[in-house]
Design a protein around this ligand. Structure first.
Ligand SMILES: C[S@@+](CC[C@H](N)C(=O)[O-])C[C@H]1O[C@@H](n2cnc3c(N)ncnc32)[C@H](O)[C@@H]1O
Length: 208
């Protein structure tokens, strides 16, 4: 199903569905960033604001992009702090941000919906300040090889959202091509995942 339409529909249930990947991502993001401060943060694909709420406690200014107006509406209800700004934007287009303007960029569970990784890494590299970090958590491709993909329930029907598989090396090569370095890489399991493939691929990239 078309990604934007799917998330507009899913927005009503996204926060209340059982979703281990969503919950694990929230946990990992908090562990990775806890205790740090950032003057300026950009979150791409903020959804209903699950992580924006946390980023608001770390940043002096937070800008959050998503192309689904209904996901954004939920996020705006959740996060009302005046230093947080939500903007409807398609991240496959050039980002409407100045060069060297963010100390942290975050992207959580979004790039399975984006075909061209190079564009995302090029925009992140352009808009990060020197010394800045790009935190990326994605559904691990091992889960995708086994058929796991973003999906939600519409009554008795399961609706699958359009996805692309990106191998771990693709993320690393796209970063390298755009001058970003891998500072940290982890594969993460949910407590219920024992004996199964890792659920999340978690990267922190840095700009010199
Ligand atoms: C699985 S949700 C993740 C939301 C949030 N980051 C989280 O971790 O809960 C994916 C989000 O990416 C957004 N998204 C997908 N493609 C996008 C695009 N091209 N531009 C902007 N947002 C996009 C969707 O609208 C949706 O809100």
């Amino acid at each position: 199903m078309n990604i934007q339409d799917a998330y507009n529909e899913w927005s009503q249930l996204y926060d209340s569905n059982v979703n281990r990947t969503r919950d694990l991502d929230a946990e990992v993001t908090r562990l990775l960033l806890k205790g740090q401060r950032f003057p300026s943060i950009l979150e791409i694909g903020c959804g209903t604001g699950k992580n924006t709420e946390f980023l608001a406690t770390l940043g002096d200014a937070v800008l959050a992009f998503d192309f689904s107006e209904k996901m954004l509406a939920k996020a705006r209800q959740k996060v009302t702090a005046s230093h947080v700004r939500f903007e409807q934007a398609d991240i496959t287009q050039p980002w409407n941000c100045a060069d060297d303007s963010f100390d942290l960029i975050t992207c959580n569970l979004v790039l399975e919906h984006i075909e061209n990784l190079d564009h995302i890494f090029a925009q992140a590299a352009r808009t990060l300040r020197s010394g800045g970090q790009f935190l990326l958590n994605e559904l691990h491709p091992f889960k995708q090889y086994g058929g796991t993909k973003a999906r939600f329930e519409r009554g008795a029907e399961i609706v699958e959202v359009d996805v692309f598989i990106h191998h771990i090396s693709e993320f690393i090569h796209a970063a390298e091509k755009n001058g970003l370095k891998v500072l940290k890489f982890d594969e993460v399991w949910h407590a219920e995942d024992a004996g199964k493939p890792p659920r999340l691929a978690s990267f922190v990239f840095g700009k010199d």
